[in-house]
Design a protein around this ligand. Structure first.
Ligand SMILES: O=C(O)CCC(=O)C(=O)O
Length: 329
């Protein structure tokens, strides 16, 4: 079983102080239009490899996104029950899911085919990987100016960092006019109540989606409040500056590792509990993890990966770029 020893230091106490300071800092910075993050947030992203946009989505919007998700799960369950859809192996679905909305079900317990379609949601683990292309509410979020600007700014800062800019310079240049980016994938990670099935040890997303020049950024959108109890994100600040030695390459039986990296220093980790509707932007090389859900409610989070329009995925990435290119962010 996976265990994670991370120091309990929440960034939330830092948020209030930081937001007061921001008003002073922002007065000296060119104001980027239509963004939910501040210049100081972007500077923190460049320095530490993550930043947070509290309250990016309203409660109603989270409800609507979750309702749309439930409908899609029932739709897919019905297709399985009617025999129209047959494949239920996680790895085979993953390999062909980059441009559709598939549902990955937990096969342990009572046989799925014996459950009515409405009960299949209690066995969902993951829904993806093209919510931004296939579901109206998710598509709309991924084209909303505030979201686009904030996400682009982080991606732009990331590509500048990988080209050798120092953190302050990368943030300053990325702030005013962030370059266009492209969306690589989107999915919902579904942690069922009191379940160990979905959990993540420390990893870096760029190891699954290697890209050059490196600019991958994860937008982690909390559709439920995320807490220590239900498996919120934990990140190790500063690890985005460490070289990527390890890759995860998708084979028929799952991901296989390629290369090596030094052991992760987990004692430097911080938890990122997020109020519902908040977003964490996490650099593709930042080490992060999340523990199992020990609470009595579900923990659902939307994850969207984007990279610079100047970047391309390498052949080791599990997603293949379509001939027409990825959709712009
Ligand atoms: O959903 C989570 O808790 C973690 C997701 C994650 O680590 C990832 O998408 O890389």
């Amino acid at each position: 079983m996976y265990t994670m020893s991370v120091r309990k230091k929440s960034v939330h106490s830092l948020c209030t102080q930081r937001r007061v300071r921001n008003s002073v800092l922002n007065a000296r910075q060119p104001k980027m239009m239509n963004t939910g993050i501040t210049f100081e947030d972007l500077s923190q992203f460049a320095r530490s490899g993550f930043c947070i946009w509290p309250g990016a989505l309203s409660q109603d919007e989270c409800d609507r996104l979750l309702a749309e998700l439930s409908n899609r799960i029932v739709e897919v369950a019905r297709e399985h029950l009617s025999g129209e859809r047959k494949e239920r192996s996680f790895w085979r679905i993953l390999a062909q899911s980059a441009f559709s909305t598939d549902v990955f079900f937990d096969e342990s317990g009572a046989p799925l085919l014996e459950l009515p379609a409405e009960r299949w949601e209690s066995r969902a683990m993951r829904i993806g990987h093209a919510l931004h292309l296939t579901l109206a509410g998710y598509k709309s979020l991924c084209t909303r100016p505030e979201f686009v600007y904030a996400f682009r700014a982080c991606v732009d800062a990331a590509v500048r960092l990988s080209k050798g800019a120092i953190a302050e310079e990368a943030a300053r240049l990325a702030w005013s006019e962030p370059d266009e980016a492209q969306i690589v994938q989107s999915a919902v990670i579904y942690k069922q109540p009191m379940s160990d099935v979905v959990q993540f040890g420390f990893h870096r997303d760029a190891a699954y989606l290697p890209n050059e020049p490196e600019s991958l950024v994860l937008a982690f959108v909390a559709l439920d409040e995320t807490t220590h109890e239900n498996g919120c994100l934990a990140v190790i600040p500063g690890t985005h500056t460490e070289p990527l030695g390890l890759r995860f390459v998708l084979g028929p039986e799952g991901f296989v590792t390629k290369g090596r990296e030094p052991r992760v220093a987990e004692q430097g980790a911080v938890f990122l509990p997020l109020p519902r509707g908040s977003i964490a932007f996490v650099h593709g090389r930042t080490q992060h993890a999340s523990a199992p859900n020990r609470s009595t409610g579900p923990r659902r989070a939307l994850i969207v990966h984007a990279m610079s329009r100047l970047s391309h995925l390498t052949d080791e990435a599990w997603v293949r770029e379509p001939s027409e290119g990825f959709v712009a962010l």
